[in-house]
Write a protein that binds this ligand. Structure first.
Ligand SMILES: CC(C)(COP(=O)(O)OP(=O)(O)OC[C@H]1O[C@@H](n2cnc3c(N)ncnc32)[C@H](O)[C@@H]1OP(=O)(O)O)[C@@H](O)C(=O)NCCC(=O)NCCS
Length: 305
């Protein structure tokens, strides 16, 4: 039972449709697909030790007399010696706001997270299996809630957006590109490339091969770059990475152009590029613009305000 009155209960995958309804009502502009929610909010998808998860991904919810009124999903990960509970989704429909539903959900999640040994509760940020980078800086209600319930702002991330419409052709750079296939090379050169240069993206690559699309640039048999889309959320690009020795030669641009064309062919008119560390590259490669800034909101558990 929560401290502020609403009864919070565990939700299993049989409540996926209710979660989708709440997500649509709370975040109508976000186009969260049911498959994305299934993937990020419940424990059914196969787990990969490389993604750092140390416990099941859980969803808890509140049912009012007329149906569900709020839900919170969180995933537990061990990161640099700390166990962090990442809230993947927190949703209360507009007509049910300011009645303490989210406060109950957050305090219940805190309790569960503490019991599971978590040191910190964070809003968003569970790469490589996150729905949100953090709290969008335009989500006033969520920022008010975060302030009220004792979260601190730890940083800012940028997400960009690009049109998928015929990006201008890049320089031809002499690499060949091809989609990574689960049955032939997911465990081969693509994994070897990431294991060597970006081991923290291995889990994302595997998820991308299973669920989304991963494009590899090759020189001979060697992989020199990778770009993925729809790994966690349909239509979202990332990660994109080029071998350190091959940067600045147009491989990244070539990968982006092909990834955007693939999204176009699948019906996406625009693509979000999540968690970008460089605006300049994406602005030049595909005319990307800043879509949003997301705040990393974190609360040390055990501390009450
Ligand atoms: C954020 C959200 C979950 C809050 O749900 P909620 O049930 O209305 O939250 P609560 O009623 O528990 O409010 C808790 C506190 O947050 C603050 N707060 C929330 N909305 C506020 C607003 N519009 N103005 C001022 N304060 C606000 C208040 O301090 C409130 O406590 P108080 O009423 O005792 O002062 C809800 O607005 C929502 O679903 N937003 C869209 C989804 C989202 O942004 N999710 C977060 C990222 S995944």
């Amino acid at each position: 039972m929560s401290s502020s009155g609403w009864a919070v209960r565990p939700w299993t995958t049989d409540r996926l449709d209710d979660l989708a309804v709440l997500a649509r009502a709370a975040l109508p502009d976000e186009e969260l697909h049911v498959e994305d929610l299934a993937w990020c909010c419940f424990d059914d998808p196969p787990r990969d030790p490389a993604d750092g998860r140390v416990g099941p991904t859980r969803t808890v919810g509140v049912d009012g007399p007329d149906g569900p009124v709020g839900a919170l999903s969180f995933a537990l990960r061990r990161l640099s010696g700390l166990t962090v509970a990442h809230a993947q989704l927190l949703a209360v429909p507009v007509e049910m706001r300011r009645r303490g539903v989210a406060t109950s959900l957050v305090s219940h999640a805190e309790l569960l997270a503490r019991e599971a040994g978590a040191d910190t509760l964070q809003l968003g940020g569970a790469a490589p299996f996150s729905l949100f980078t953090g709290v969008d800086s335009r989500w006033t209600d969520a920022l008010c809630l975060a302030e009220r319930t004792g979260f601190d702002i730890a940083g800012v991330e940028l997400d960009l957006v690009a049109s998928t419409e015929a990006p201008s052709a890049g320089r031809h750079v002499g690499t060949s590109t091809g989609w990574v296939e689960a049955d032939c090379d997911a465990d081969g050169p693509a994994e070897a490339f990431l294991a060597r240069h970006h081991p923290h993206w291995l889990a994302e690559l595997r998820r991308g091969v299973r669920r989304g699309r991963v494009l590899a640039a090759r020189e001979g048999s060697e992989v020199v770059g990778l770009a993925a889309h729809s790994v966690n959320r349909a239509g979202v690009v990332g990660p994109v990475v080029v071998h350190p020795d091959h940067r600045g030669g147009g491989i990244g641009t070539e990968l982006m152009i092909e990834v955007l064309a693939d999204l176009r062919a699948r019906g996406f008119e625009r693509a979000e590029i999540a968690w970008t560390s460089t605006v300049r590259f994406y602005a030049l490669a595909c005319g990307a613009r800043v879509l949003r800034s997301s705040l990393s909101c974190a609360k040390r558990l055990g501390r009450e305000r």
